[in-house]
Design a protein. Structure first.
Length: 456
């Protein structure tokens, strides 16, 4: 019994006592200490009491799953990201995207391709759906004129079609102008800025083409956004390499710059192997993340703002009972468009023909989407199907798993155990934290890392 049931439940402890996490529906139960001890013996195979066995059989009843197992058919589209500029004005050493070129030549999207992309998104969406249109690169503001023009077109076209559309943009913030800030304000953009900390930390990895640091230019762009028209949501994403220093000080700095949220993403794929995480590097990363999480919890206890997005996302995913059979919407309701209009599973897989899924002119390749959904379901993969954290994780980023395997699984489970304990404590000490409707950050890639410790 212990081997099978271990994939379905997890005992954990917090300052408030003992708890049981049930994978099906991401449910959390408080336990009296004597029952927790009995369950622990049962799960370890040391002893099996009638009470603990009956409880587990009731909570983990395969005849009555909370969610129907098995892959769904390809759903309607709800999100496209447009690679409007497959080029960049920076030369970050860890960039998996080859400065946005993805191994090819630098190029920019035309207005005609962008229009066809918007029309495709609307045509293949559900009636009345909420849609998301993202702008990425490279650096999307290299193609500023198109970003402005297609935002206006998309807003009008969506309105005519009875759809609500929201906009997202990921930028290094070094090219922003006042007109951009007003566009982001007027259309409620969710803007994610890539910044790795203070000037020393950032400029060690994020340099301009001429070798100069990017920090001062990025901070000037952030100040412009705050002065000339704050977007609907302004977030920071710090990239972490094995050489990155103390995460708490980096997070303090980013939050101090006035972002609505800030979080971390570890480098798993990089043209420079020295900048990518090895399995041994995750233990230190986990310690740093937990340090940031503890500081955020202290702020919450004092009703102060400390918007650590990795923690906030995980807490709300647990609270809503997330049951995620995939790591993100890639290849399902979300696709990414390259400069010529070809569709790929996500923005990390641009120009990779093994992840090609149609084009914006003739439509999505639903056969390939269906094959992807069938093969990538977390219950059909090992070791995922035997992991208690699978429905909060979803199996890991497709791009990273394909290139590096699942080297971060112990980190993911460790981070989730911390988040589960934090959730149990907050449910008692700050239940109002979960009562307030969360202003979700729109992420074009609804990645597993958002639930388990990274930004997209």
């Amino acid at each position: 019994m212990s081997g099978t049931i271990g994939a379905e439940v997890r005992l954990f402890r917090s300052a408030g006592g003992s708890h049981l996490f049930v994978a099906d529906g991401s449910r959390v139960y408080d336990l009296p200490d004597d029952l927790a001890a009995a369950l622990e013996r049962t799960l370890s195979g040391a002893d099996e009491s009638a009470v603990s066995r009956a409880l587990l059989d009731d909570l983990v009843d395969k005849r009555r799953p909370r969610y129907i197992e098995g892959p769904p058919p390809p759903p309607p589209l709800f999100s496209l990201s447009l690679n409007v500029a497959q080029s960049c004005n920076m030369s970050c050493g860890y960039c998996y995207a080859d400065r946005g070129k993805f191994g090819g030549a630098a190029r920019s999207m035309s207005f005609g391709v962008a229009v066809a992309s918007v029309d495709r998104l609307i045509a293949q969406s559900a009636p009345g759906a909420d849609l998301v249109l993202g702008f990425i690169g490279g650096e999307p503001m290299i193609n500023r004129k198109l970003v402005h023009a297609i935002t206006a077109y998309a807003a009008e076209a969506a309105s005519r079609a009875g759809r609500r559309i929201r906009f997202s943009l990921t930028t290094n913030a070094t090219l922003l102008e006042p007109d951009d800030a007003r566009l982001f304000r007027d259309h409620g953009f969710h803007v994610a800025v890539s910044l790795d900390g203070d000037q020393i930390a950032n400029d060690a990895a994020r340099r301009m083409h001429d070798g100069s640091g990017s920090y001062r230019r990025a901070v000037a762009g952030i100040a412009l956004l705050q002065r000339d028209g704050r977007p609907g949501h302004l977030s920071a994403r710090a990239t972490v390499t094995p050489a990155t220093g103390d995460l708490v000080s980096i997070l303090d700095h980013l939050i101090g710059l006035g972002f609505d949220s800030a979080g971390f993403a570890a480098v798993l794929t990089s043209p420079d192997p020295a900048l990518a995480f090895a399995e041994r590097d995750f233990a230190g990363f986990l310690r740093g993340m937990i340090g940031c999480g503890q500081k955020a919890l202290e702020a919450l206890a004092e009703r102060r703002s400390y918007p650590f997005s990795n923690l906030e996302t995980a807490l709300h995913e647990i609270h809503r009972g997330t049951h995620r059979p995939y790591p993100c919407g890639a290849g399902a309701g979300y696709l990414s468009v390259n400069a010529e209009g070809r569709l790929y599973a996500c923005h990390r897989l641009i120009d990779d023909q093994s992840w090609a899924m149609g084009d914006v002119f003739s439509g999505t390749d639903d056969t390939r989407r269906a094959l992807h959904l069938a093969s990538a379901h977390v219950d059909r993969m090992e070791p995922c199907r035997s992991c208690w954290a699978r429905y909060l994780c979803g199996g890991g980023c497709y791009h990273e798993v394909e290139r590096r395997g699942r080297i971060g699984c112990d980190y993911i489970r460790g981070w989730l155990e911390f988040c589960l304990a934090a959730y149990a404590e907050l449910s008692v000490s700050r239940p109002d934290y979960f009562d307030v409707t969360r202003h979700d950050e729109v992420m074009i890639e609804v990645a597993p890392a958002r639930a388990v410790g990274q930004e997209a």
